[in-house]
Design a protein. Structure first.
Length: 411
């Protein structure tokens, strides 16, 4: 087991007086996803603050059982071993002991856990001891509502009705990423939405001048069928005849990709479907910036926000999303994008085709999306709220932090 190369307690004894925030998240970059990017942004903001220090406690990407410690972008990242996975949930019977040990060893003063993937975040709150704990909850209900998911949904319901309320009660501050997050039900919950790097995700050519490409960015696992990617493939098949040069690009990976390709072949559009896998860095930015439309066809309230929508808006790319979960709080229908009923390929095809056909509409919505991204979702204003929160909780006396429901990102 690799040990950290620094000891916060001894550094504080030399007069640095820096408080340590332990960011605990089930997954972390280079794993791709909204929770991963959110927690990484918080960790980076803490690391850039002179009187704070960040350490990340997460899980190993490769499924190994031994703990590893690395320094990534100036942040110490402790990756705990994983013994098994249930659907998308990593688990290990050693975590309670390991979390206690690493919170002590890293000198954690504040614990910042991320959920809803059950396990690591919940346990971190349980073993935090007298350290103030913050929990950021990223989802509405996790119910799958799919054929064959009855047993999983019963377990999820048990977790959401019996376990989560106890976790919520133990934390000093609860943060909801959107108004449909289960955490939003607690009256004193802070609302801090995910954000976007508006210096990285920037507009390119106006949408009316781009190739007629409809893009989806996100997971494509069979366990994430609620993302509705099959509905998007069916919708694209409907608009394909009207737009013979249009293409569909599904960005991401997962065990559902072969099935989606098979569906496209069945519908006669496999030669117009691109599946480049998971993209990151400049490749991801370019995929979003050059798209004519970005679609998020989610089916349930498990989609509590929709990070891909905000990244597209920052690029001036018009968006189409399902009117479900947190998507309507991001997309102002008819202003910076279009909303359609979930699970309706005809409505989704009509909305995407309309943006491909009407360049004036597409350019207007793209420009409105960029303005919304700058005004509501730029990361610095959002992470500044976390820095203020951690300072307050880490200070002697722990005075209550005033809630700011009207602050950026708290729609």
């Amino acid at each position: 087991m690799t040990r950290p190369s620094w000891n916060p307690r001894s550094e504080n004894a030399r007069g640095e007086n820096r408080r340590t925030v332990a960011v605990v998240t089930p997954y972390y970059p280079p794993n791709i996803g909204g929770v991963e990017q959110y927690s990484a942004r918080v960790a980076a903001a803490v690391a850039a603050t002179p009187d704070l220090r960040a350490v990340v406690l997460t899980t190993r990407l490769d499924g190994g059982r031994r703990t590893t410690v690395t320094t990534e972008d100036g942040v110490t990242v402790v990756r705990l071993g994983v013994w098994l996975r249930l659907s998308n949930t990593p688990l290990s019977p050693l975590w309670p002991l390991q979390l206690r040990r690493w919170l002590r060893r890293t000198g954690a003063d504040v614990v910042h856990a991320h959920a809803p993937v059950p396990g690591l975040g919940d346990l971190a709150v349980a073993v935090a001891g007298d350290r103030p704990a913050v929990l950021t909850y990223h989802a509405g209900s996790m119910h799958k509502g799919e054929p064959g998911s009855g047993a999983a949904d019963r377990l999820i319901r048990l977790y959401e009705t019996r376990v989560l309320p106890r976790v919520f009660d133990r934390v000093r501050r609860l943060v909801a990423v959107s108004p449909v997050s289960l955490a939003a039900a607690r009256p004193d919950a802070l609302h801090i939405s995910p954000g976007v790097d508006t210096d990285r995700f920037t507009p390119g050519e106006p949408p009316s001048r781009r190739r007629p490409t409809v893009v989806y960015v996100g997971r494509m696992d069979r366990s994430s069928a609620w993302k509705g990617t099959d509905v998007l493939v069916r919708a694209f098949a409907l608009l394909a005849a009207e737009h013979p040069t249009a293409r569909l690009r599904l960005v991401g990976d997962g065990d559902a990709v072969p099935g989606l390709r098979a569906l496209a072949a069945e519908l006669g559009v496999e030669d117009r479907l691109e599946t480049p896998g998971a993209l990151s860095g400049a490749a991801l930015t370019d995929a979003v910036r050059t798209a004519a439309v970005l679609a998020l066809p989610s089916l349930t309230e498990a989609e509590s926000f929709g990070m891909a929508l905000v990244e597209a808006m920052a690029c001036g790319t018009p968006v189409v999303g399902s009117a479900v979960g947190g998507i309507p709080y991001v997309v102002d229908d008819g202003e910076n994008g279009l909303l359609v009923p979930p699970g309706d390929p005809v409505a989704l095809a009509t909305a995407c085709a309309g943006l491909l056909s009407d360049g004036v509409l597409a350019d207007r919505m793209g420009a409105a999306g960029r303005r919304a991204a700058e005004q509501r979702y730029a990361w610095p204003a959002l992470t500044a709220r976390y820095v203020a929160l951690f300072r307050e909780l880490g200070a002697a006396g722990d005075a209550d932090l005033p809630l700011s429901p009207a602050a950026p990102g708290s729609r």
